[in-house]
Design a protein around this ligand. Structure first.
Ligand SMILES: [Zn+2]
Ligand SMILES: [Zn+2]
Length: 273
C-alpha cells in the first residue's frame, strides 16, 4: 500500500480547530510522506462577515510558523506551505496554491455556495428563480477560469455545488443540463495538466458520503487523461484520518492507477495510487 499524503488542510489561522503544529504532528504520526497546509486566502467581502481567511498580519505569522515546521520535519516528512485561493478573492503568496470556487457573484450579491444548504437554496430561489441548472451553469463558468484567475497548482473540489446534494435532493446530477456544463469546464481546465483533487472533506464533516468530484466526473476525467491528487480538506486532526481509503478505491474504480503529489519545487511527482 502506498504511503499517504495530504495537501489540503486548514488550521486555527482559518476556520480549522487545530494549530499547524498539531496538524503536522498528527500527519507525521500517520506516516505521511508529504503534508501541506492550505489556509484560506483573505476574502474581504465574505457574506455576512467582516472578511474571512488570512489578513496580511495573519499571513505573516502563518508563513513564519510554516517555515519553522518545514525545518522541524526536514528529512522525516516534507511539509508544504500552501494557500487556498478563491477565484473571487485576492492573490496571496505561498509555495503552492489550491484554486477553488466557493463564491459566485450574481445580481450584485456575493454567494458562498458551500456555506449552508439554507443559504444556497435561498440564493437559487432569489437569484436564479429556483433554477438549479442555471446556477450550475454560472458556477462552472466561474470554475472553468480558476487556473487563469489563481495560477493554482491544484484544482480544489471541482463540483463543490453538490455539497448539499446527497442523493440528488436539490438537483439531478445525471441531467444533461448539469453534466454538459460540468464537463465543459472540466475539459477546459484539464488542458492545463494540473491535478484535480479528490476531496474527502465533506465526508468527514457529515455532508456527503462520497468525495468530490462525483464518480461520473472522475471517470470522465480519466477518459480525458486527467490527473488526480487525494486530499482531505481537514479542518481538524480527526478529519485527517477519514476518507483516504474510500478515495483511493473510488479512484481505482474510475480507472486511475496513479495519483500526483507536489514535489516541493513547483512541480509534481507521480506516485502509485
Ligand atoms: Zn475550499
Ligand atoms: Zn479548503
Amino acid at each position: 500500500m502506498s504511503r499517504r499524503s495530504d495537501f489540503h488542510t486548514h488550521t486555527i489561522y482559518g476556520d480549522g480547530k487545530n494549530t499547524p503544529k498539531e496538524m503536522a504532528q498528527a500527519a507525521y504520526t500517520m506516516g505521511m510522506t508529504d503534508f501541506g497546509i492550505s489556509e484560506h486566502a483573505w476574502m474581504p467581502d465574505f457574506p455576512d462577515e467582516n472578511g474571512f481567511g488570512l489578513t496580511e498580519e495573519k499571513l505573516v505569522r502563518y508563513t513564519r510558523e510554516m517555515r519553522e515546521l518545514q525545518e522541524w520535519y526536514r528529512g522525516r516528512m516534507k511539509v508544504h506551505f500552501g494557500i487556498e485561493l478563491d477565484g473571487m478573492g485576492p492573490i496571496q503568496k505561498a509555495d503552492y496554491t489550491i484554486g477553488s470556487t466557493h463564491m459566485l457573484r450574481k445580481s450584485g450579491r456575493l454567494i458562498a455556495v458551500d456555506d449552508s444548504e439554507e443559504t444556497l437554496k435561498e440564493a437559487v430561489q432569489q437569484l436564479w428563480q429556483g433554477d438549479w441548472y442555471a446556477m450550475a451553469a454560472d458556477y462552472y463558468k466561474q470554475e472553468e477560469k480558476i487556473v487563469e484567475l489563481t495560477s493554482c497548482h491544484i484544482i480544489g473540489h471541482f463540483d463543490l455545488i453538490t455539497k448539499f446534494n446527497q442523493g440528488g435532493r436539490l438537483f439531478d446530477e445525471s441531467a444533461d443540463a448539469y453534466r454538459e456544463v460540468a464537463l465543459d469546464a472540466m475539459k477546459k481546465l484539464n488542458r492545463y495538466g494540473i491535478p484535480f483533487e479528490i476531496n474527502t472533506g465533506a465526508i468527514s464533516r457529515g455532508y456527503r458520503k462520497e468525495p468530490y468530484p462525483s464518480s461520473f466526473l472522475l471517470k470522465e476525467l480519466r477518459n480525458m487523461g486527467g490527473k488526480i491528487m487525494i486530499n482531505s480538506d481537514s479542518h481538524s486532526i480527526s478529519g485527517l484520518d477519514q476518507g483516504w481509503e474510500l478515495a483511493r478505491q473510488l479512484a481505482a474504480d474510475c480507472g486511475f492507477s496513479s495519483r500526483y503529489i507536489l514535489d516541493g519545487t513547483g512541480g509534481y511527482r507521480r506516485v502509485e495510487l
